[in-house]
Ligand binder design. Structure first.
Ligand SMILES: Cc1cc2nc3c(=O)[nH]c(=O)nc-3n(C[C@H](O)[C@H](O)[C@H](O)COP(=O)(O)OP(=O)(O)OC[C@H]3O[C@@H](n4cnc5c(N)ncnc54)[C@H](O)[C@@H]3O)c2cc1C
Length: 397
């Protein structure tokens, strides 16, 4: 690959997780011999969702394709340190299998968990329903008075180092000849049914054969540059870490309460977050912490299910953004029908960390072969946006 070209076969707009995953899988594909540039203005990734995520992976989705996407993510994480190696070194992914535990408030919730479980079993996921008594047996620190039951996943679900995932993709892509350019895309030029070049803030123009929109919460800004729209907006998500005075000497799965609050163990602390009461689009530059959420919503909820969380010490918190797909809370991947060399990889709505391996691989197949060769992600294509046909994912955290 020519690393110093003035034109590129593929340009990724955004060089965090999805841009780097696409660059990695393209540059590893023996059938692709083109040049690749990744354009990223924020080389520290301070203002990327990727740096502010909670880094977990699960099989417990409602759509079969999402289950398969995460199952590939799990396989990739298993092989990660081998496949991203450069000169014998790879970032440590540090996967910790804990499972996810979804709590049901009532029989209606439980019926939903059960019907989703049928789909999960068809896809080979090892999920199981638990009565309140079984929850108490497995997780004796929990108060089960207010739950009707729960669904527990396998130890294939858990958490890992998301920063390592990004760095692994990136270091291997660079090793393979991909060029990272610290700059911002300010224009994508379109001639009829093709994009032809991108303009950078520095004034540089890069003619290109394909463009991947990997701009996270700013996906809509990039889509507008080629006259398209995409239903993705930034939504505030604050993460909190706390210390519990009484240690828990049992597995603490990533637990999701009926109120939409989630918590899990992170080393010696606990990490938590929830959905803001008023969940609306925020400014692209708003990475503020919403401190009141902890006192008013999150702390009372976690203490309701884990009484010893009544005595905790808040350790730190940080602001984040979901790239929220308002149509159906699901990934949008692939080209627009009338713009065949412009690809979306957007709208993850909080599950893009785990989906990045399958999405990177899928984009590399679409660009190289014009079709999916491994996992068919057609239901997640852009056509549904044009026809306003939601492909709803019901298990969104
Ligand atoms: C609090 C929180 C918890 C999460 N927890 C999980 C989890 O447990 N599991 C999971 O799977 N996912 C999780 N996610 C979601 C996950 O972090 C994202 O889906 C994933 O990181 C998306 O990566 P991305 O590359 O699409 O976007 P980003 O990481 O946001 O990167 C987009 C990049 O595009 C760049 N960019 C923007 N505009 C331009 C431009 N004009 N030109 C060039 N570059 C541009 C930006 O600088 C940025 O670096 C969580 C997210 C948050 C906020």
């Amino acid at each position: 690959m020519n690393a110093a070209a003035d034109s590129y076969d593929v340009v990724c707009v955004g060089g965090a997780l999805v841009g780097s995953a696409a660059a990695y899988f393209l540059s590893e594909n023996p059938d692709f011999d083109g040049t690749i540039a990744v354009i990223e203005p924020d080389s520290t990734y301070e203002f990327a969702q990727t740096s502010r995520a909670q880094n977990s992976i699960r099989e417990q989705f409602s759509q079969p394709v999402n289950i398969r996407i995460s199952q590939f993510g799990m396989e990739f994480i298993d092989r990660f340190e081998e496949v991203v190696q450069v000169h014998g070194h790879a970032p440590e992914i540090n996967f910790r299998g804990t499972g996810y535990l979804f709590l049901a408030a009532d029989e209606h919730d439980l019926a939903n968990l059960e019907s989703q479980m049928e789909v999960q079993h068809q896809e080979g996921a090892h999920t199981r329903l638990l009565t309140p008594g079984q929850v108490k047996d497995e997780f004796p620190y929990m108060d089960v008075e207010s739950i009707a039951g729960a669904r527990m996943g396998s130890m294939r679900e858990g958490s890992f180092d998301g920063w390592a995932l990004l760095q692994g993709f990136r270091q291997r892509a660079v090793h393979n000849g991909v060029t990272y350019i610290t700059d911002r895309v300010v224009e994508v030029k379109r001639e009829g049914s093709l994009v032809t070049s991108v303009m950078l803030e520095s004034g540089r123009s890069l003619p290109c054969g394909h463009v991947v929109n990997a701009a996270g919460p700013r996906a809509r800004v990039i889509a507008h540059m080629v006259g398209l729209t995409v239903p993705v907006e930034p939504r505030a998500r604050t993460s909190f870490m706390f210390d519990c005075r009484t240690p828990i000497d049992h597995n603490v799965p990533l637990t999701v309460t009926p109120e939409g609050v989630h918590f899990r163990r992170e080393q010696h602390h606990y990490m938590t977050g929830g959905i803001p009461d008023v969940d609306v689009a925020i400014d692209y530059d708003d990475w503020n912490i919403r401190p009141d959420e902890f006192e008013e919503q999150i702390w009372p909820t976690v203490a309701k299910y884990v009484p010893q969380f009544d005595q905790i010490l808040k350790v730190t918190s940080w602001g984040g953004q979901y790239a929220y797909n308002t149509l159906d809370h699901n990934l949008i991947i692939g080209p627009a029908p009338d713009l065949s060399n412009f690809y979306f990889g957007n709208g993850f709505s909080g599950h893009g960390m785990q989906q990045s391996p399958a999405v990177g691989r899928g984009l590399s197949e679409l660009i190289t072969y014009g079709e999916y060769r491994t996992l068919d992600m057609t239901p997640l294509g852009y056509e549904r946006v044009l026809t306003n046909t939601p492909f709803l994912e019901n298990v969104v955290i």
